[in-house]
Write a protein that binds this ligand. Structure first.
Ligand SMILES: [Zn+2]
Length: 241
């Protein structure tokens, strides 16, 4: 009997720890949060990139929780101003079709908004192989992407801000500087022209950047840039921008 109680206590302790992550330091909600998403879709059996897929029901639960908990949805460009406590920026990388067919309606339902970091030449591209040649199985290349028309509809709703994610989802560390410029500044220019939109925010492909890349992003006229380092900074001046 004692053994059974001890096992149950252990299970509850492990479950509670995983669920509530009590060991993590709490950081004041005056620090804005940035949440990164890719696809809002069900997992694909045995697929490599299921970590990029968030189930639609789970995504809705997350957005509803934020709304019910009193968080204000902001755009990444709003981070340049002093944000109210409990501000959260939702972001989507790459430009998957489900951002329109699924996420858009959920954002509307909860009066939320988001920043879309769009790859210009996104259709049929297997960009995971740019970073790791062994990933040449075409999984991300086969995923349907947003058409320009979808993006226009999303921007017209006033719920989305357009950000840049290079022309081809380039692996920046592997490129000479002229090609980096083409990807960073050229990608920004092409998005701005195609959508007649202001494109002032940049997301580093794969979250990777070096000191030179930060300079090129700044030179291209971007005012904010995001990467994939997890956590909440306690010093918002200690960032690449
Ligand atoms: Zn990406």
């Amino acid at each position: 009997m004692t053994t059974v109680v001890a096992i149950v206590a252990c299970v509850v302790l492990i479950w509670g720890s995983l669920r509530y992550a009590w060991w993590r330091t709490k950081i004041a909600d005056t620090r804005p949060r940035v949440l990164m998403y890719h696809m809002i879709a069900v997992s694909v059996p045995r697929a490599r990139f299921n970590k990029l897929r968030v189930h639609p029901k789970s995504f809705e639960r997350q957005i509803k929780w934020l709304r019910d908990d009193g968080w204000t949805f902001i755009l990444v460009s709003d981070l340049l101003q002093r944000c109210a406590p409990k501000s959260v920026a939702i972001t989507f990388d790459d430009g998957y079709l489900d951002n329109y067919t699924c996420a858009h309606a959920i954002l509307e339902k909860y009066d939320a908004k988001a920043t879309l970091y769009l790859v210009v030449d996104r259709h049929g591209r297997d960009w995971s192989a740019y970073k790791k040649p062994s990933h040449r199985d075409g999984e991300l290349g086969r995923e349907d992407k947003l058409t320009d028309e979808h993006v226009r509809t999303m921007l017209d709703s006033g719920r989305w801000e357009l950000g840049a994610h290079t022309a081809t989802h380039a692996y920046l560390p592997g490129l000479p500087v002229e090609l980096k410029q083409e990807e960073i500044a050229g990608g920004k220019r092409r998005l701005a022209e195609t959508f007649s939109a202001v494109v002032d925010s940049f997301a580093y492909p794969f979250g990777l950047y070096g000191p030179g890349d930060v300079g090129l992003v700044r030179e291209a006229g971007f005012t904010t840039a995001v990467t994939t380092e997890p956590g909440i900074t306690s010093d918002i001046t200690n960032t690449p921008f």
